[in-house]
Design a protein around this ligand. Structure first.
Ligand SMILES: NC(=O)c1ccc[n+]([C@@H]2O[C@H](COP(=O)([O-])OP(=O)(O)OC[C@H]3O[C@@H](n4cnc5c(N)ncnc54)[C@H](OP(=O)(O)O)[C@@H]3O)[C@@H](O)[C@H]2O)c1
Length: 322
């Protein structure tokens, strides 16, 4: 599917461009200094608030209306494109359909003569963990880091007169790969400019590999307030978030409670935490590579917190309707 190795002036289709990750992709390739890509976004509704916001920030972006869970939507979207950034929103689509439409989309992309099919993320969800059921979650069947912005949402600390406390079901030495959303865009910008080094490869975007005590220390330095981490059980974490999210609600959103292929939030995020609990390695080489992709990037989590103004609270309105 590679064909011509030059992707200068390529026509790039972005799945999920109206969402958190896809917007970063649109931004990264639209603002590429030396290349001129023609960017299209697949959306189910061109008139949504998110589509309007994207159009006002990036007026040259074209919209293709349709769904990637239909043949017609995929064929229309892939017509006259060179590259697709392929990402299925697993929280909306569900595991069986994510598997099916991922394979089907690849077939239709080949038929549509796309030159490059880029999967979002890297690696797989739990293959390296022996496919043990306790790690199986409803996140993408291809995985990636955790958005650093989640520190203001699911991972956020509580605050009281003594300062901040992060309470999550991992160990003191468990490592989370926190990936600022903007890095998705810089990574794709770099990949399009360096196809020989990117095609057929898994590309990391250099997350910050950090433990929760390190996250707390960074927050303490940024705010001047005491911040600490306490390891809790998964059930205590579920109890703590139950004021915001019903742990027994079904994923994908709107799933029939009797559908055996759906997950409860508890099952999915319990497994998600199991993965991070046992992750103890910092992949330093991924961070070094990211310095080439985005030389001006914040070099530490503390620097990132200062750059985006993170002070233990939400910084971007992700998943408002969730
Ligand atoms: N949160 C994290 O830390 C994290 C980290 C890595 C990966 N992820 C993964 O990222 C994915 C979610 O992406 P996100 O964070 O960007 O979510 P998001 O902000 O909720 O965006 C979801 C996007 O999916 C599009 N979409 C949903 N169903 C569609 C369909 N049938 N056809 C076409 N487009 C459809 C939506 O487009 P329209 O509404 O415009 O149609 C929207 O742009 C999930 O699969 C999750 O596993 C999350």
């Amino acid at each position: 599917m590679v064909g011509d190795m030059s992707f200068e002036n390529a026509r790039v289709l972005v799945f999920g461009g109206t969402g958190a990750q896809g917007r970063s992709i649109v931004q990264g390739i639209t603002l590429a200094r030396t290349k001129r890509y023609r960017v299209s976004v697949l959306t189910r509704n061109k008139n949504s608030t998110q589509a309007a916001a994207l159009a006002s920030s990036f007026p040259d972006v074209q919209f293709v209306e349709g769904s990637y869970t239909t043949e017609e939507g995929l064929r229309n979207a892939f017509a006259n494109q060179d590259v697709v950034y392929f990402s299925i929103d697993s929280f909306n689509v569900g595991e069986p359909f994510e598997y099916f439409w991922t394979f089907r989309a690849y077939e239709i992309a080949v038929q549509s003569k796309l030159k490059w099919f880029i999967f979002a993320g890297a690696g797989d969800r739990y293959g390296k963990l022996g496919m043990d059921e306790k790690y199986r979650n409803s996140h993408n069947i291809v995985s990636s880091g955790v958005y650093a912005e989640m520190l203001g949402i699911l991972l956020r600390p509580t605050e009281n007169e003594d300062g901040f406390i992060f309470q999550n079901p991992v160990d003191d030495d468990s490592v989370m790969p926190l990936l600022p959303l903007e890095m998705y865009g810089y990574r794709l910008q770099w990949a399009l400019a360096h196809p020989e080094e990117s095609i057929g490869k898994m590309l990391s975007a250099g997350p910050f590999f950090v433990t929760f005590p390190e996250i707390a220390a960074a927050l303490q330095q940024v705010t001047g307030k005491k911040a600490q981490f306490k390891s809790i059980t998964t059930s205590a974490w579920m109890e703590a978030i139950s004021g915001h999210v019903d742990p027994d609600r079904r994923l994908p959103r709107g799933a029939d409670p009797t559908d055996p292929t759906s997950f409860t939030f508890r099952k999915s995020f319990g497994a998600w935490w199991n993965i991070w609990k046992e992750q103890k390695e910092k992949k330093i080489e991924d961070m070094a590579w990211a310095d080439e992709v985005y030389p001006e990037r914040p070099r530490s989590l503390k620097e990132w917190m200062q750059t985006v103004g993170y002070e233990g609270k939400q910084i971007v309105p992700l998943y408002e309707q969730s």
